[in-house]
Design a protein around this ligand. Sequence first.
Ligand SMILES: [Ca+2]
Length: 264
Amino acid sequence: MISRHPFHLFGVALILWLVFISPTLSNSAPLPVPPPGMVYIPEGYAQVGDSSGADDARPMHFVSTSAYFMDKYEVSNSEYSVFVAETGHIKPRYWDDDRFNQPDQPVVGVSWEDAMTYAHWKGGRLPTEAEWEKAARGDDGRPYPWGRKWDKGSAFYFLNIFGEVDQYKQTAPVDYYQSGASPYGVYNMAGNVWEWCLDWYDPNYYKTSPEFNPEGPLKPLKMKVLRGGSWINSIDSVTTYHRARNYPSVKNEIYGFRTVIPIR
Ligand SMILES: [Ca+2]
């Protein structure tokens, strides 16, 4: 009997450990599983703006966002065609143009309103400018989605901008340039197509934006924010902190978008 004691005690200790201690060591609930084609971006701080950027991108500061899911790729013609077929929404401007209408190319020729209607149909919305910039930079404030370095030959691996090095005369497939993906695995955040964001554009917004979940000026202004640059731009326009804008009704061959689903 005496010899069984140690094992008995060990068994009790094991049960106590499993019931009371083990759950606290497993830290927290598993991360949310992104819907197909999206990535999970956690809550927390990110650097936005840059001291070497244009006046509207200054000053560098930190903002915090809630967690969200974001499309890994720009919305493709293939995806947009399902939306058009199901809803009867107006077709994009370049739907019949062979240079832009391949299934795996990003949809172009869509206004901000078209993009927002699509995003709602998918159960989300357009990214705020802060969400977009955080997804492109990660938590280390990098100037390009892939990191800090750039030379002309990099385009072959990293992004589609003006010129032939990147292998595409117009838009590239949305899942091309894996090496150029952001720290969260989001593709083409530099180049290919500019991406409509949720926010109204205010050149002074970065000087006054709130710390938590900034969503742009509350009062409607004239133009919406566009980010990331496109296949006709130079490297200066595709930095992670470069801010551009246009009227929400504009449709052209260099504007597309991606969507987010907030987790709050
Ligand atoms: Ca892009």
